[in-house]
Design a protein around this ligand. Structure first.
Ligand code: LLP
Length: 431
């Protein structure tokens, strides 16, 4: 199937990590987020091992918390030795509550408030990834008041369009993130940062976008960053310790997406970085990456119950499920591709073309349009594959729908990592 942790058992049911997803849906109810713990660990180890083997000393991956964020996940990736990137005090709070070693946490965001800065410094976050000058001043001021020297990286925009979707491309000069190299503002910001007493500049960050399937776009970004690092050295003798190249590689959501060998791509990227450092006579910085989806996406399957199946004669068919944009807004937002199948008929021919619709009172609430399914009936289980990233983390209570639980499967066992929300939870803050 699409990924090696997916299979079909003798009952014709879809299995995740060898576990019958229909049985799990029976036990935990639907909608249900399932995640395969071993797959998360394996993906984490692939990055950790390849970066340690091929890249300069100290190179390592950081989990992009935005892709998925709950306490148990932080425990898992911390056990494997990943750091993390955080974009909000809420993510930081969750990581801290999980006992995540915050010295390995990098605090992002293009608009950190004074309260965020205060909270992150008090929590002992390892590094700030500084977006702009105002923020730099605010961090310096707070660190000075607290009598510490805060380690920072500066987020720069390398001016690259990696041919990914507009809404998920972030490295262009006119993006809202970071400080532009091309305009000369980045050099100025570095010179300024070096004059401040309560921050210690350790290096630079850039992020060009998501769903990147081969390393050439990362290599292009690395080249721009390393040239910048060289120029900065010539300018003021600053030696860069860390270069953070942002998010990870793409993920296979549907059969037509390429299969990607992360290890080979990391090796290829490492080779380019090595040669560039040689050519530019730059002392090799340790390399960081911030993979999100390539750590968690293929660990996840969402299971829904099928409700109404409706054919509009001469037009199209709809299969409605008991979730939708509140648990997976990605089709509504980006028209993201997903693989859908009837989990209890996984061995039957998929000859019924239908649009999978959610339960919200909104016509854009779709999971996928015009997909071929085994003929679905009310009460069947519909599975959406590769939903481990940006589903739970982007879930909402739209239409006052409680969020589904996250159930982990591991070594033949299963456990609740995040409980299902209740109606009482929905009223928690109402007065
Ligand atoms: N680092 C930074 C600075 C990022 O902006 C992102 C993603 C990542 C790391 C992780 O990228 P990944 O390895 O997961 O591709 N919500 C959207 C994507 C927007 C996130 C953009 N930033 C989605 O559902 O696809």
């Amino acid at each position: 199937m699409l990924h090696s942790n997916l299979s079909i058992n003798e009952k014709g049911h879809l299995c995740l990590a060898g576990r019958d997803v229909c049985e799990l849906a029976e036990r935990y109810g639907t909608p249900l987020f399932l995640m395969d713990e071993e797959r998360i660990r394996r993906n984490a180890r692939t990055y950790i091992d390849a970066m340690a083997e091929f890249m300069p000393e100290g190179s390592r991956p950081l989990l992009a918390s935005k892709s998925c964020c709950f306490k148990r996940l932080y425990e898992i990736v911390a056990e494997e030795g990943m750091g993390t990137d955080l974009v909000s005090p809420g993510e930081l709070y969750t990581a801290a509550a999980a006992g995540f070693p915050l010295e390995n946490a990098f605090f992002h965001g293009n608009n950190k408030t004074d309260a965020d800065i205060e909270y992150a410094i008090s929590s002992g976050v390892g590094y700030f990834i500084v977006d702009n000058r105002e923020e730099l001043d605010a961090i310096n001021e707070t660190a000075r008041e607290k009598g510490i020297v805060q380690k920072i990286l500066l987020r720069l925009s390398p001016g690259i369009d990696p041919h990914t979707q507009k809404k998920i491309s972030t490295g262009k000069v006119d993006s809202k993130f970071g400080t532009a190299i091309e305009t000369g503002q980045a050099v100025e910001l570095c010179r300024y940062a070096l004059t401040l007493e309560a921050v210690a500049l350790k290096g630079f960050h850039c992020h060009i976008g998501s769903q990147i399937f081969e390393y050439s776009s990362f290599a292009d970004a690395a080249e721009i960053m390393l040239r910048f690092i060289r120029e900065l050295y010539d300018d003021c003798g600053f030696e860069t310790e860390m270069l953070n190249l942002g998010g990870g590689f793409g993920v296979r959501y549907v059969e037509s997406d390429p299969e990607i060998d992360y290890r080979e791509n990391i090796k290829g990227l490492a080779g380019v970085i090595d040669r560039l450092c040689g050519r530019l006579s730059v002392k090799k910085p340790s390399i960081l990456m911030e993979p999100g989806r390539s750590i968690v996406a293929d660990s996840g399957v969402t299971v829904y119950s099928v409700g109404s199946v409706k054919t509009i004669t001469g037009y199209k068919s709809y299969v409605s499920v008991d979730g939708g944009m509140p648990d997976n807004p990605r089709y509504a937002l980006y028209e993201s591709d997903y693989t859908c199948l009837v989990a209890n008929k996984a061995d039957e021919e998929a000859d019924f073309v239908a649009t999978v619709a959610g339960r919200c009172c909104e016509s854009g609430d779709l999971i996928q349009e015009d997909v071929a399914l085994a003929r679905p009936e009310r009460g069947d289980y519909l599975a959406v594959l590769v939903t481990g990233a940006y589903n739970y983390s982007m879930a909402s209570n739209y239409n006052r729908i409680p969020r589904p639980p996250v159930v982990m499967v591991n070594e033949g066992k299963d456990y609740v990592a995040v409980k299902r929300e209740t109606f009482e939870d929905l009223l928690r803050n109402d007065i």
